[in-house]
Design a protein around this ligand. Structure first.
Ligand code: DGY
Length: 324
C-alpha cells in the first residue's frame, strides 16, 4: 500500500513525480499557505508531511497525526517547526542545506550593491519622469570596492558572501558563536566581537539562524553602534532585526540604508511604516528563488521525505538526535 502524504504547496514537476510514484499525494494547490486548522485536519491520517517555511508545525499538529513518520521542510531554515517536539515524538525533520547557498549569497550581494548605489530610488526616479539632466550630485551612493563588510554568522551562506566580497577587494570581518578557522585561512576573513563588527563595518550582512538568542539581535543598541553611513542587509530571517528599532535608525540617520529580503512580519503589509522610508529596499523573501535552486530544494526535500517513509535516516536531518 502506498504511503499517504500531504504537500502544503505546488511543487516543481520532477519532485512531484518522484513523490507520486511511491505515495498517495494530497496537495494544497493554492498560492497562500493552508490555514493551520485545515493543515491539522489534513495530516491526521498522513504518514508524511512536505511543508514550507510558511507553515506552523507545532506539537499539537504532531499529536493530531499519530501515523506521522517524517516532516520534510523545503527550506534550509526550520524555525517554523517545533523541532524539539518532533524529536520527543520520534519524528525526523528534514531540511535542504547546501543547494541554495550560492543563490542566497548572490542575492545578498545583489541587495548590498542595490542599496549602495540606490538602485530602487534610481528606477523610480526615471519611471516617474524626473530625469531632466545629468547632475554632479544626483543620487550619490557609496563605494563597495575596498569597503569593510561585517558578516554575522560565518556558516555556508556567510562564507559564500565573503567569497563574493573578495572580488570587490573588501575587508571582511565576521562574528559567530565559534571561530571558523578554516574559513579564516581560505577566505582571509577576520574574527571580531559583535560590537567591533558593528562599529567598523560599512556593510553588515546577517547570516544566522533565527533562534531565541538571535531574535532581535539587531536592536536599538546595535544600531547605535553602527556608522551613520552603514548599510544593513538581511537575507536570513526577519525577526533577527527589531523592525521598530530599524525604523528609528533609518529615519534618524543612525544608519544610511537597509536592504531586506526577509521581514517581521512577513509578508510586510504595503502600509507598514518601514515602507514609507526612502532609504530601504524590501524584496519578498526570494533570495533562493532561482530555477535550479528551487528544483534542487524540492528534490532534496522529496528525498528526505521518502527516506523517512522507508524508515531510513534522512540524508539532511535537522534533528539527528532523533536517531539516538
Ligand atoms: C530557507 O531555505 O530557509 C530560505 O529562507 C528560503 O529558501
Amino acid at each position: 500500500m502506498k504511503h499517504a502524504i500531504y504537500v502544503t504547496r505546488h511543487l516543481p514537476e520532477t519532485a512531484l513525480y518522484k513523490l507520486q510514484t511511491v505515495c498517495d499525494v494530497e496537495i494544497w494547490d493554492r498560492d497562500i499557505p493552508p490555514p493551520y486548522d485545515l493543515l491539522v485536519e489534513k495530516v491526521r491520517d498522513k504518514q508524511g508531511l512536505f511543508c514550507l517555511l510558511t507553515d506552523r508545525i507545532d506539537a499539537a499538529l504532531m499529536d493530531a497525526a499519530p501515523r506521522l513518520k517524517v516532516i520534510s521542510q523545503c527550506a534550509v531554515g526550520y524555525d517554523n517547526i517545533a523541532v524539539t517536539a518532533a524529536t520527543e515524538r520520534g519524528i525526523p525533520v528534514g531540511n535542504t542545506p547546501g543547494v541554495l547557498t550560492d543563490a542566497t549569497a548572490d542575492f545578498a550581494f545583489t541587495l548590498l550593491m542595490s542599496a549602495a548605489r540606490r538602485i530602487g530610488e534610481a528606477i523610480d526616479y526615471v519611471r516617474q519622469g524626473n530625469w531632466t539632466t545629468w547632475g554632479l550630485t544626483l543620487l550619490l551612493g557609496q563605494s563597495v570596492y575596498g569597503a569593510t563588510l561585517g558578516i554575522i554568522g560565518m556558516g555556508r551562506i556567510g562564507q559564500a558572501v565573503a567569497q563574493r566580497a573578495s572580488g570587490f577587494n573588501m575587508k571582511v570581518l565576521y562574528y559567530d558563536t565559534s571561530r571558523q578557522h578554516e574559513a579564516e585561512a581560505r577566505l582571509g576573513v577576520e574574527f571580531c566581537s559583535l560590537e567591533e563588527l558593528l562599529q567598523a563595518s560599512d556593510y553588515v550582512s546577517l547570516h544566522v539562524n533565527l533562534t531565541e538568542e538571535t531574535r532581535g539581535l539587531m536592536d536599538a543598541q546595535a544600531f547605535a553602534l553602527m556608522k551613520p553611513t552603514a548599510i544593513l542587509i538581511n537575507t536570513a530571517r526577519g525577526p533577527i532585526v527589531d523592525a521598530d528599532a530599524l525604523h528609528v535608525a533609518l529615519k534618524e540617520g543612525q544608519i544610511a540604508y537597509a536592504a531586506l529580503d526577509v521581514t517581521d512580519p512577513e509578508p510586510l503589509p504595503a502600509d507598514h511604516n518601514l515602507l514609507e522610508l526612502p532609504n530601504l529596499i524590501v524584496a519578498p523573501h526570494i533570495a533562493s528563488a532561482t530555477v535550479p535552486s528551487r528544483n534542487l530544494m524540492s528534490m532534496r526535500a522529496a528525498e528526505n521525505l521518502l527516506a523517512g517513509l522507508r524508515g531510513e535516516r534522512l540524508p539532511y536531518c535537522a534533528n539527528p538526535e532523533v536517531y539516538g
